[in-house]
Design a protein around this ligand. Structure first.
Ligand code: AMP
Ligand code: MG
Length: 507
């Protein structure tokens, strides 16, 4: 059924992880299974039997070659450092080779207590499992780097949170689960050897182009900077800065608010990880926050770049002992790397906005102009309390059917009316034909996102009535985000009564 797992992470030194088996659940039942992803991971779909799959993905049967481990990590949660977090309810089964030739880690989330569980029960309620499943698969379909969902299995056991809820296990797939917090765990223990192993692991897994110089090079030949430990650590930092800068720009371009950008939820791979209280906003407001525990808006939509940079500065700190023996020099080098974030993010964000407006990107001269044009549309949306997703998706219609098609979604349109002629003029300048423009706009602006109220509706039906039909319709729609969905409610903003303004981790 499964191809043999490898145990790359499990073979790192003992102190980096705890080896242990999942705790069995009473009656695992497969609720959702991602066949295209399974196929890409080499699973034998013909030999798949739902019962067996549920046994494996519920944690009752450990597949061949798997050496399950809980990984150690620390993290800053809302700015406060916690020296030991770790996988308190997740077990890494091992790695499988993806069709693209690279490795993927397969992790069971909700698989029982581990040495890192602290007071927790090691389990996951069904609601958050379905939320992560649908939102992470939506992100993947939208082209955003993300962990994936392979399966959701009902455990047959109850978990006690605010209420008694059905339990579930999510099978999460990622290029790795190493976070900024993983580095922080070892830095806090002054374990330079582990840090160095992590740097090499991450370069090999995520940034192979930075790998050490070829061994056949003569010792005496000039070696690239990456061949020294300090050079590798710095190159890794630069590479993570670049990926995070681009990731956050992509989030912003979809109205996505991660909600809990703690350093333990910031992946070295540059993938979006941890879909706890995340949400896509409906009506645009730059300070939008959904997470019930984010009382001060630390992780608000427009604060995400600054927070990502703050998280990366924490990563930089952990690498200082590797970067240079002269710590002053190390700080200087790391600071320069972190400072690059702002420029890289601005460039990525300008590119995102440009694409969303259907603009050419060849011309550097127009950077500032196009950034301002994009941000002015956002201001118009804010003034008009307009839906972020539909606001962009209707740009195309505005060109064909006139301004009213777009403006009808704006409660106030003063700024929008000023903005539209500026956009038209800019489009005219670039002289792109209408079909190309239409194609560009629809490629950059999805019609369907997993709207908060729909995710909530899907969860309620599954949890309260054991009805997965809403979840399935939503999943089908959000995984084809550029197509008009089969039913209109799958893309409609919430009515006043349907609005969901608060999200909960629900862990
Ligand atoms: P998260 O909010 O999912 O990023 O989790 C923060 C930390 O709490 C991580 O170390 C998790 O493994 C741990 N954790 C979350 N929920 C549970 C649970 N139900 N049991 C044990 N540990 C948990
Ligand atoms: Mg987490």
């Amino acid at each position: 059924m499964f191809p043999a797992f490898s145990a790359r992470y499990a073979s790192l030194p003992d102190r980096m992880r705890a080896e242990m088996s999942p705790t069995p659940v009473s009656s695992p039942r497969l609720l959702a299974f991602n066949r295209p992803l399974a196929e890409a991971l080499g699973l034998n779909l013909d030999a798949l039997d739902d019962h067996q799959l549920a046994e494996v993905l519920g944690g009752n049967l450990v597949p061949e070659g798997a050496r399950p481990v809980a990984t150690a990590y620390a993290g800053h949660q809302f700015g406060n450092f916690v020296p030991q977090l770790g996988d308190g309810r997740a077990l890494l089964l091992g790695e499988l080779t993806h069709r693209d030739g690279t490795l993927r880690e397969v992790q069971l989330k909700g698989a029982g207590r581990t040495p890192f569980s602290r007071g927790g029960d090691g389990r996951a309620p069904l609601g958050p499992v379905l939320r992560e499943y649908v939102v992470s698969e939506a992100m993947a379909a939208l082209g955003v780097p993300t962990t994936r969902a392979l399966a959701a299995v009902a455990s047959g056991d109850s978990v006690v949170r605010q209420m008694v809820e059905p339990g579930a296990v999510l099978t999460r797939v990622a290029t790795s689960h190493i976070r900024v917090g993983t580095f922080q765990y070892f830095a806090a223990r002054r374990d330079t050897e582990a840090l160095s192993l992590l740097v090499d692991f991450c370069i090999e897994r995520h940034y192979p182009h930075l790998a050490k110089s070829a061994p056949h090079l003569a010792e005496s030949a000039p070696q690239p900077a990456e061949s020294t430990e300090g050079g590798r650590a710095l190159a890794l930092l630069d590479a993570v800065v670049e990926r995070q800068a681009s990731l956050i720009a992509q989030w912003k371009g979809l109205g996505f608010i991660h909600g809990v950008m703690n350093t333990d939820n910031c992946a070295i791979s540059g993938e979006t990880i941890d879909y706890g209280p995340c949400a896509f906003m409906d009506a645009f407001h730059p300070h939008r926050v959904f997470s019930s525990i984010d009382e001060r808006g630390r992780y608000a939509w427009d604060n995400q770049p600054a927070i990502a940079q703050w998280n990366l500065a924490r990563l930089a700190e952990t690498l200082l002992p590797l970067i240079d023996d002269d710590q002053e020099r190390a700080v200087e080098l790391a600071t320069a790397s972190i400072e690059n974030f702002a420029e890289q993010h601005d460039a990525a964000w300008t590119a995102v906005l440009r694409a969303k407006l259907g603009l050419d990107s060849q011309d550097d001269q127009s950077d500032d102009h196009d950034l301002a044009l994009g941000e002015d549309l956002l201001k118009a949306m804010e003034e008009g309390n307009a839906d972020f997703t539909l606001g962009f998706a209707r740009l195309s219609a505005a060109l064909e059917d006139g301004d009213e098609t777009l403006a009808e979604g704006f409660e106030r349109r003063h700024r929008l009316d000023d903005w539209l002629p500026r956009w038209r003029q800019r489009l005219q300048q670039q002289g792109v034909d209408a079909p190309t423009l239409r194609q560009r706009l629809s490629a950059a602006n999805p019609l369907v996102i997993p709207r908060n109220h729909l995710v909530e509706k899907a969860i309620r039906a599954a949890v309260d009535d054991d009805d997965l039909s809403v979840f399935e319709s939503l999943l089908a729609a959000v995984t084809r985000p550029h197509e008009a969905p089969s039913e209109a409610w799958l893309m409609a903003p919430p009515t006043r009564d349907e609005r969901v303004l608060r999200t909960f981790c629900g862990t």
